[in-house]
Each structure stands twice: as C-alpha cells, then as structure tokens.
Design a protein around this ligand. Sequence first.
Ligand code: GDP
Ligand code: MG
Length: 162
Amino acid sequence: MLQEQEARAAEMERTFIAIKPDGVQRGLIAEIISRFERKGFKLVAIKIVVPSKGFAQKHYYDLKERPFFNGLCNFLSSGPAVAMVWEGEGVIKYGRKLIGATDPQKSEPGTIRGDLAVVVGRNIIHGSDGPETAKDEINLWLKPEELTSYSNNAEKWIYGVN
Ligand code: GDP
Ligand code: MG
C-alpha cells in the first residue's frame, strides 16, 4: 500500500493557472475554479494580485517579439488576476485541455475558452504549457510559503488507492 502511495505521489504534477483580468471582471472566478475542482484536481495555492507591467512582461517573455506583446502585457496588468497552482496526475496537459485552444473561436465547446470567451485577446485564462514552464511560472508568481501540500479524503476515490 505504501509503495502504491509513493508511486502515486511521484506521478503528481503541479501547474500554474491564472484567471486573467477579463475573467475576474466578468465574474467567472468560481466557474473556472469549479471546473478544475470537479475534475478532481487539487488547489494548492491561490491569491488575487494586480501584476505590474514589468511582471507581465516577465510572465510573457517568450512572446516578446510578437506584435501583440505590448497590448497583452498592458492587459494582464490592467486589473486583478487570480493566480493558482493546481495539483494532480497529468494536470499540466489536461489543464490545457480544460482551458481549450488559445483562440476561443477554435476552442471546442465544453472547454473554458470555448464556453466562456470569444476573442484571442480576451481569452480569460492562462495555463502552463509544459513541465518546465509550469515550474518557472509557479516560481515567478508564488513564494514557496504560499504553496501548500495536503491530502484530502476524496483522493482515494479519485485515484482508487486504498
Ligand atoms: P496560451 O498558452 O494558449 O495562452 O497562448 P500563447 O502562449 O500562445 O499566448 C499567450 C496569450 O497571448 C494568449 O492567451 C492570448 O491572450 C494572447 N495571444 C496569443 N496570440 C494572440 C494573437 O494573435 N493576438 C492577440 N491579440 N493576442 C494573442
Ligand atoms: Mg502560453
């Protein structure tokens, strides 16, 4: 049993998810959180912050050559965003599935962007795109003491480990 639990713990991943200022202003915080929560992922950190422009530029550094970079950073720093870390088996990749394609016009119905957003410049949510960016983004947005680690009773029903 212990071995099984240890193996399961090794599978656990963390990803960084942010509700952007448009999601906050549109009253979609609870809706977005509930989609991750009902799936069976675990919320291990959450805070609401107004990112500075410089912070937004760091977060989107990889996109600095793109024509929309400046507008994107102005937008991300325009008001409060909700910064979260979600944990679970496969959460990095599956989190992106829950979110849907970058352009909401191309996101499938049933995804967060497919159901709740219309244009690429206001697509309400960010999610890390891989294990390295997840690590970097968690470190950028959260201090180590803002991250929790806990087990909950639902886990044995979500993962089937008894
Ligand atoms: P994501 O990982 O799905 O969020 O997409 P990217 O990492 O490629 O882009 C980051 C963010 O930049 C997206 O979520 C959009 O908000 C924005 N973005 C991406 N492509 C475009 C574009 O062509 N035009 C505009 N205005 N914004 C874009
Ligand atoms: Mg991205």
